[in-house]
Design a protein around this ligand. Structure first.
Ligand SMILES: Nc1ncnc2c1ncn2[C@@H]1O[C@H](COP(=O)(O)OP(=O)(O)OP(=O)(O)O)[C@@H](O)[C@H]1O
Ligand SMILES: O=C(O)c1ccc[n+]([C@@H]2O[C@H](COP(=O)([O-])O)[C@@H](O)[C@H]2O)c1
Length: 212
């Protein structure tokens, strides 16, 4: 079921630029695909791996669809030959992004990784375990999201690494740059969110039997 790209199967990832989009994918949607396709274009990436998180340490277990269901949702939403839906964290046994990145960089020493995330996560990354290590391990590309721009850019992480931010017009050189280095893409925001999809689904289904 898991699809960790394996370095022993030929060194096909050596010298490649790979974007890492970690997420709950509860469910996956067009916003994930949108930023992945944009990242391939703007950062000159060869591929984007979606890291379906077994359980976001900051999100409630209640309401989180089973891992296998979320992987399947990611596979269906990817619809692109260079977007790979994976369960890498389940195989590595990692839960925190800092640990996942450390393990991936050790496994794929010749691959240039870039961590991808939406502006909502830049705004709250200060609550993640050893979050500054993330910026020190790989370059980071952040995608703006409706209503998050200001909070993200005035937040602790943006302020702490203000001198490491590069202009979005120079994004093509981000992969492989000395860390910390990050970019904030202001253009082409995509409105999709998993929260909205779950709300729409529960409206369609009506109240649960216990609440009728
Ligand atoms: N429309 C979007 N624009 C930019 N980034 C996005 C968008 N949707 C998701 N992302 C980013 O993709 C990653 C995974 O997102 P996730 O699977 O949590 O989806 P979500 O829509 O944010 O879910 P939820 O609403 O349940 O929090 C996160 O870094 C998130 O910021
Ligand atoms: O490392 C942490 O402490 C941490 C805390 C919250 C979220 N994350 C990661 O952030 C990514 C986005 O999560 P989510 O649920 O917003 O899609 C996903 O890879 C999570 O594992 C990581």
């Amino acid at each position: 079921m898991l699809t960790v790209p394996n370095p022993r199967h030929g060194r096909i990832w050596d010298g490649c630029r790979v974007g890492l989009l970690g997420g709950s994918f509860n469910p996956a949607h067009d916003g994930h695909r949108h930023i992945s396709v944009e990242a391939m274009k703007r950062l000159g990436l060869d591929a984007v791996w979606w890291l379906v998180s077994p359980q976001n340490p900051l999100k409630p277990v209640n309401g989180m669809a089973p891992f296998a269901e979320r992987i399947e949702s990611a596979r269906q939403a990817a619809r692109h030959p260079r977007i790979v839906a994976t369960g890498i964290e389940a195989e590595l046994g990692t839960r925190f992004t800092a640990d996942t990145l450390k393990a991936l960089v050790a496994r794929f020493p010749k691959t240039q990784f870039v961590w991808l995330m939406g502006a909502d996560n830049l705004a709250q990354i200060r609550h993640w375990q050893r979050w500054t290590k993330i910026f020190e391990t790989v370059p980071v590309a952040v995608y703006d999201r409706p209503s998050y721009s200001l909070r993200a850019l005035s937040g602790l992480a943006a302020q702490r690494f203000v001198r490491a931010r590069i202009d979005q017009d120079h994004a093509r050189s981000l992969a492989g740059m000395k860390t910390p280095a990050w970019v904030f893409f202001l253009a082409k925001r995509h409105p999709a969110s998993a929260t909205a999809l779950r709300a729409a689904r529960s409206l369609r289904q009506g109240p649960s039997p216990s609440r009728r």
